[in-house]
Design a protein around this ligand. Structure first.
Ligand SMILES: [Zn+2]
Ligand SMILES: [Zn+2]
Length: 255
């Protein structure tokens, strides 16, 4: 399967980073994870396009992860697509209902299914097998670990882990242990006074001794601009001993 970073940015826009969005492709199946502002433009630039995405999986309901959800529904309606499934943590149903209350002319335009999932049991989304765990953030949310469609791999041991928005902590590191690629929130450089998101030193320390081949720093606030190399170095110095890359929109990783 292939991961494409559609949006490596955050709630504070910068010109070259859309808000949160990732595309998982496996030949026939495509899954969009999060759908922040700017993600549809990036998606339109992929071979899959918004026409090819009939399932969206949400990590949580902050605006920078869901703001292009109804624009996706409308784009698919206009393109003649018939289905959209939105999968996400508890509250996803009321989120979608609320959005459709405001934009009621979109209600019923496509066959819309909404499904709430939890960390309690693995599930499938667009054919991908997914395991979840709770994040530590200013809003409840889920991190996900993925196995490709029709693989025998237990999703909890799948090759891709995606943290969503979260502080760095041992439980998240354990959840990602053994993955080929971990995409982790690293919103701010060291020295920024924040909570609910990690800085590189905290992230690196949490991942000391954890077996992850490549760590991709994402959900980047404007504060990280020009400090990417320093952030990657800090993660390694704090104890993570795999490869560290900084996400950019359009980056594709084969898994
Ligand atoms: Zn966010
Ligand atoms: Zn958030």
């Amino acid at each position: 399967m292939e991961l494409t970073v559609l949006g490596s940015g955050s709630a504070m826009p910068v010109p070259d980073r859309a808000q949160a969005g990732y595309l998982l492709d496996d030949g026939d199946r495509s899954l969009l994870v999060d759908c922040g502002s700017g993600v549809l433009q990036r998606l339109a630039g992929t071979e899959t396009g918004y026409e090819g995405v009939s399932t969206v999986l949400l990590t949580h309901h902050h605006l920078d992860h869901v703001s292009a959800l109804l624009p996706l529904l409308k784009a698919r309606w206009l393109a003649g697509a018939e289905h959209l499934e939105v999968v996400g943590p508890t509250g996803t149903k009321s989120l979608v209902d609320g959005l459709l209350d405001v934009h009621d002319y979109l209600d019923g335009r496509v066959d819309l299914a909404v499904r709430e999932v939890s960390a309690a049991r693995p599930f499938a989304a667009a054919g991908f097998d997914v395991a979840a765990r709770e994040t530590r953030h200013s809003m409840d949310g889920l991190a996900y670990r993925f196995s490709p469609p029709s693989s025998d791999t237990d999703p909890a041991a799948g090759p891709l882990a995606l943290s969503g928005d979260t502080e760095a902590f041992a439980g998240m590191a354990a959840f990602a242990d053994g993955s080929d690629l971990l995409v982790h929130d690293c919103s701010f450089p060291d020295g920024t006074d924040v909570s609910n998101h990690p800085n590189p030193a905290e992230l690196g320390a949490s991942l000391a001794g954890v077996d992850v081949d490549t760590l991709l720093l994402s959900h980047l606030y404007p504060h990280t601009g020009g400090r990417e190399r320093e952030m990657a170095r800090s993660v390694r110095e704090a104890g993570f001993d795999g490869e560290v890359d900084v996400a950019s929109d359009g980056l594709r990783v084969e898994l």
